[in-house]
Design a protein around this ligand. Structure first.
Ligand code: FE2
Length: 549
């Protein structure tokens, strides 16, 4: 079964694909990145997920007995549930922290999957097989269809003589159902080197229907032999983690490192996830044109390989992450991608008062196509709640003043005022009260905001609510309030809640209100951090804005 030809280095293939694209003068925008990310090193058979339970047998299939070590060290995951389907994910990686994950550089392994109505798999619902291809770092994506709506399921994989952990998932209610309630966990920003994922373990135990991760699933900073601020004394991380990832091999290793964490696995094993990315999946504060095409393509490909996304097997047509999800008629979720299509940040500093460049009306955060998609979707929505899980803070957040001008983040919506104005105009033009709720990450601080129609005018209308979930680990242990707490409040009267500690948020939607329960942890630099309620806020249907619960 061993091939005589030497294995192709995926990063060499990626660079060669970039040279071919360059010759065709195709390097014109974001579509080129996705095209590049998925135009090389594809498995020969070109089968797609979601079409059949049994994937055609590839010519390079390897015998199962050559899997001599447990390949399920990264656990399993599920995501993007529908009323009748859910995506199941795993990746074969017997030695995940080594380059290549301890797998052969070529060839495919057959993996069987099962989904059942009970944890003991006595009531099997569906079963099938898929192939883990070397070209995708032995990741497996299965779109398990034919499931019942609004139901709990358990799933597992088998490869050779090895069986994966059993994990729980859940389908969405039927599109025309009118569920009384939905609960979800909102998380973001899990810098591995900044501490332990105790909050994810806590989120795993929550009674929620899904977990929304709104970006910074990985970070690109070097991770030392002791795991940075985790300060391991019982293990030594290999030296290749102690540098910034730039190649596909590097990004794959970075996912292995994060996904080897047992608390992260617990959160995947307990709930289906909806993921979207922010900047650190590539590089801090990157924007469309600031990173090399090849690096971004490598990061995008590794992201797809490692997330339970319902996207077709990549074929160079793109990696569209923004998507719409219906929780019956209770809520419409418009999950945004404010990173891939944005214009570069205006100005030289992360926080500054905005100049004329930032106010250029042509500047975009979502890109024109996604802006239209959002406006159309909101106008046509029949949902009680219109929920927008997305990356960076939409509400004005002034950190100080320079002269009379507020100092703002150039990376958040504050740095793209024309784009924010178009977003809020779309909300206006959708008509009526749309019960807009933004679910946001990135800030590494928990917030509740009244979303104002015009943030320059404190007296202007409130048009929605924004809840920001803080970070799982990023920025480590910290105080609940900044030194100039009174000053921050005075600058931002629409900011109803601030907690600077690490945390996450449980969101409960029902027919009358949406409630945010913020959880905070005293420290993440040790594995025994204590988690306590940090605050609870509600926004009522028909009455935009937030107030204490
Ligand atoms: Fe972050």
């Amino acid at each position: 079964m061993t091939r005589q030809t030497p294995p192709e280095d995926p990063d060499r293939l990626l660079r060669a694909a970039a040279r071919r694209l360059d010759r065709r003068r195709f390097l014109t925008g974001t579509s080129a990145v996705a095209a590049l990310a998925f135009s090389f090193g594809l498995p020969g058979d070109q089968s797609r997920i979601g079409q059949e339970d049994e994937e055609p047998r590839p010519a390079d299939e390897l015998p199962p007995e050559t899997l001599t070590e447990d390949p399920f060290t990264l656990g399993v995951a599920s995501g993007d549930p529908l009323p009748d389907a859910v995506v199941l994910w795993t990746r074969l990686a017997p030695r995940p922290l080594e380059p290549g994950s301890g797998m052969p550089a070529t060839g495919s392994y057959r993996v069987t999957w099962e989904i059942a109505r009970d944890e003991g798999f006595r009531h099997l619902q569906r079963r099938g097989s898929a192939y883990a291809h070397a070209e995708f770092n032995h990741a497996v994506h299965v779109d398990a269809r034919g499931l019942g709506a609004g139901r709990e399921y358990w799933y597992r994989f088998t490869a050779g003589r090895w069986r994966s952990p059993v994990a729980r998932t859940r389908t969405l209610p039927a599109r025309d159902a009118d569920p009384a309630r939905m609960r979800l966990a909102l998380v973001s920003c899990q810098n591995y080197a900044d501490g332990y994922y105790t909050l994810l373990r806590h989120a795993a135990a929550q009674d929620v229907e899904a977990l929304f991760h709104v970006g910074d699933y990985i970070y690109e900073n070097p991770v030392s032999a002791v795991g940075g601020h985790r300060r391991y004394t019982d293990r030594t991380l290999p030296a290749q983690h102690n540098r910034e990832p730039r190649t596909l091999a590097d990004y794959r290793l970075r996912y292995s490192l994060h996904k080897s964490d047992p608390d992260l696995q617990a959160a995947h094993h307990a709930h289906p996830w909806f993921v979207t990315w922010d900047d650190h999946e590539v590089h801090n504060d990157y924007s469309g044109t600031t990173e090399s095409l090849v690096r971004r393509a490598a990061a995008y490909r590794a992201y797809w390989e490692n997330q339970p996304l319902r996207l077709p097997q990549p074929d160079a047509s793109g990696l569209t992450l923004y998507r719409r999800v219906h929780y019956g008629r209770l809520a419409q979720f418009d999950i945004l991608d404010t990173r891939q299509y944005r214009d570069p940040q205006a100005g030289s500093q992360w926080r500054q008062s905005l100049g004329a460049e930032a106010r250029d009306p042509r500047r975009t955060l979502m890109g024109a196509t996604q802006e239209r998609w959002f406006a159309d979707g909101l106008r046509n929505s029949d949902a009680r709640w219109n929920v927008v899980p997305q990356q960076v803070v939409l509400s004005r957040c002034a950190f100080g003043t320079r002269g009379s001008a507020p100092v703002l983040s150039t990376d958040a919506w504050d740095g793209y005022p024309a784009a924010r104005e178009r977003f809020l105009t779309a909300v206006d033009q959708a008509g009526g009260n749309r019960n807009l709720v933004l679910l946001t990450g990135d800030a590494h601080v928990a917030h509740a905001f009244d979303v104002k129609r015009d943030f320059d005018d404190p007296g202007s209308r409130t048009v929605g609510a924004e809840f920001v979930c803080s970070s799982i680990t990023t920025e480590r242990d910290g105080p609940a309030h900044p030194a100039d707490w009174a000053g921050l409040r005075a600058l931002n009267p629409h900011m109803k809640f601030y907690d600077g500690r690490r945390g996450y948020t449980v969101i409960t939607l029902d027919r009358t209100a949406t409630r945010a329960d913020f959880h905070a942890i005293d420290r993440v630099t040790r594995p025994d951090g204590r988690i306590t309620p940090a605050g609870s806020f509600v926004t009522e249907a028909g009455n935009p804005g937030v107030h204490p619960a």
